[in-house]
Design a protein around this ligand. Structure first.
Ligand code: KIV
Ligand code: ZN
Length: 512
């Protein structure tokens, strides 16, 4: 056991499994770069065997990111494991994470396998993976609801086969902190070779206790790896949130006494990047990264903080990336200042041509908006990324008319595979009219399950950031669009969601 706590980020795998959170290969690479800046120890880049897109994303990240270990998930079979190893070939440090369910419920109802068959398959998978890479993690899926005797048998056997990390998932978020911590401790105490592996926690947030359970797994259970995601992104209620676990361990070093490799100053940029890429908005009162996390509204608190900061603040806002000076650039800012700000925000562009294109869009925005904030730059870069991906639909222009007592009308120009088309419609409001104008032409038949508008930097002068969630034939996607005009932002978000619906992502579900 070491005194270092390993941070294993699974935003790009478990986080991405959240309906609507799917990301393109380039978006994943951009987030992986930010995770590397954060100095995350292990990045789970995807599930290579689940689709060609995931394979390519894992491969690209393995070939590009050099400081973090790159991991691919794989079910416990030779084909999945071989695909993972192939995708990870270019990595400086590669890890295969193989899993199979061990709870009676999952084995019987989902896998239709006997415990003995699961035992053999787990052993065989770890043996096979260890022939391909040195670093092999094994997860008994639904581990927390598994019979402890059976779990001890399986885990002892996979450690013998060479598993270097044992992860104990609370797959359905059923655990309670003390019970989860003791469960882990019990396994470690009973398994004779438990000291040959690093123990890891992986908690889902269905009862809102993912972070508390993970911390108990560390403190009581002796885990030295935590699996987590930026903003707690993930299926259903999500996963353990990286920013919360990191800041808990850092702020309460007196209690946990553990070292972390994380450079927390990049947390906020990572949070915004993930939120803007996936369209999953961060709630204002979210710990560490929410807009109100360091805001003191009440007079008593403000007075206290002015007299002595630590009266009401247990961490410093700037230590997680909040800057006092939020206005960064304006109309007169040059290309160098823009490029430097991109670097400070952790955005790496592939080529000078890409920087030029982003700078041109920045200038356009600066003509319409006097103060450009970090959030504006990140939104602009997200959009730039989308354009770079050569999507099927792209926004060109929009005009709309609305007047009290009249039904609003909109007409829109957009491109379909580079060819300009026009659409017009009326609607209940200008946004409704604009989206109906697009739909009149595209005829996607998709159902809108969420529409939300957020002021990127807090005032009416800011850009509106719109998220549109569409559902069609069992697929759910999120589209995000930003513009000072929220009707335009809505049209961009709708087109972005349609683009995602078009991209055929036939993938195997990790827990399927
Ligand atoms: O929650 C879970 O059980 C998982 C496994 C695949 C590790 O994500
Ligand atoms: Zn999970």
């Amino acid at each position: 056991m070491t005194d270092k706590l390993i941070i294993f980020d699974t935003t790009l795998r478990d986080g991405e499994q959240s309906p609507g959170a799917s990301m393109t290969r380039d978006e994943k690479l951009r987030i992986a770069r930010q995770l590397e800046r954060l100095k995350v120890d292990v990045i789970e880049a995807g599930f290579a065997a689940s689709s060609n897109g995931d394979f390519e994303a894992v491969q690209l990240i393995a070939n590009t990111i050099k400081d973090s270990t790159i991991c691919s998930l794989s079910r416990a079979n030779d084909r999945d494991i071989s695909r993972a190893a192939e995708a990870l070939k270019g990595a400086n440090r590669a890890r295969i994470h193989t899993f199979i369910a061990t709870s009676a419920l999952h084995m019987e109802k989902k896998l239709r396998m006997t415990p003995d068959q699961v035992f053999e398959q787990a052993k065989q998978a770890v043996r096979f993976a260890r022939n391909l890479v040195e670093d092999v993690e094994f997860s008994p899926e639904d581990g927390y609801r598994s019979d402890p005797d059976f779990l001890c048998r399986v885990l002892e056997a996979v450690i013998k086969e060479g598993a270097t990390t044992i992860n104990v998932p609370d797959t359905v978020g059923y655990a309670i902190p003390e019970l989860y911590g003791s469960f882990l401790l019990d396994l470690r105490t009973r398994i004779p070779n438990s000291d040959k592996a690093i123990w890891s926690v992986h908690c889902h947030n269905d009862l809102g206790m993912a972070v508390a359970n993970s911390l108990a797994g560390v403190k009581i259970g002796g885990a030295r790896q935590v699996e987590c995601t930026i903003n707690g992104l993930g299926e259903r209620a999500g996963n353990c949130s990286l920013e919360e676990i990191v800041m808990a361990v850092k702020t309460r070093r007196d209690y946990f006494g553990l070292e972390l490799g994380i450079d927390a100053r990049h947390i906020l940029a990572a949070s915004r990047m993930v939120s803007q890429t996936t369209g999953f908005v961060v709630q204002p009162n979210k710990a560490v990264v929410g807009a109100n996390a360091f805001a003191h509204a009440s007079g008593i608190h403000q007075d206290g903080v002015l007299k002595a900061r630590d009266t009401y603040e247990i961490m410093r806002a700037e230590d997680v990336g909040w800057s006092a000076n939020k206005i960064v650039l304006g109309k007169l800012s040059g290309r160098n200042a823009f490029k430097q700000r991109l670097q400070e925000l952790g955005v790496q562009m592939e080529s000078e041509a890409e920087i030029n294109a982003a700078f041109a869009r920045f200038k356009e925005l600066a003509d319409r908006k006097s103060e450009i904030f970090d959030e504006d730059i990140l939104a602009l870069v997200s959009e730039e990324n989308v354009l770079h991906d050569k999507e099927q639909y792209a926004f060109v222009s929009l005009s709309q008319h609305s007047e009290t007592g009249e039904r609003p009308q909109a007409s829109i120009v957009f491109t379909v595979d580079g060819r300009e088309v026009k659409g017009a419609s009326e609607g209940n409001g200008p946004v409704d009219a604009s989206l109906k104008a697009i739909e009149a032409h595209v005829k996607s038949g998709a159902e809108m399950v969420l529409y939300s508008v957020n002021a990127i930097s807090g005032s009416t002068e800011s850009q509106g950031e719109v998220t549109v969630r569409l559902q069609n034939s069992g697929r759910v996607v999120n589209g995000v669009g930003a513009d000072p005009d929220i009707v335009v932002a809505s049209a961009k978000a709708y087109l972005s969601a349609l683009n995602k619906l078009q991209s055929k992502a036939d993938r195997v579900a990790a827990q399927g």
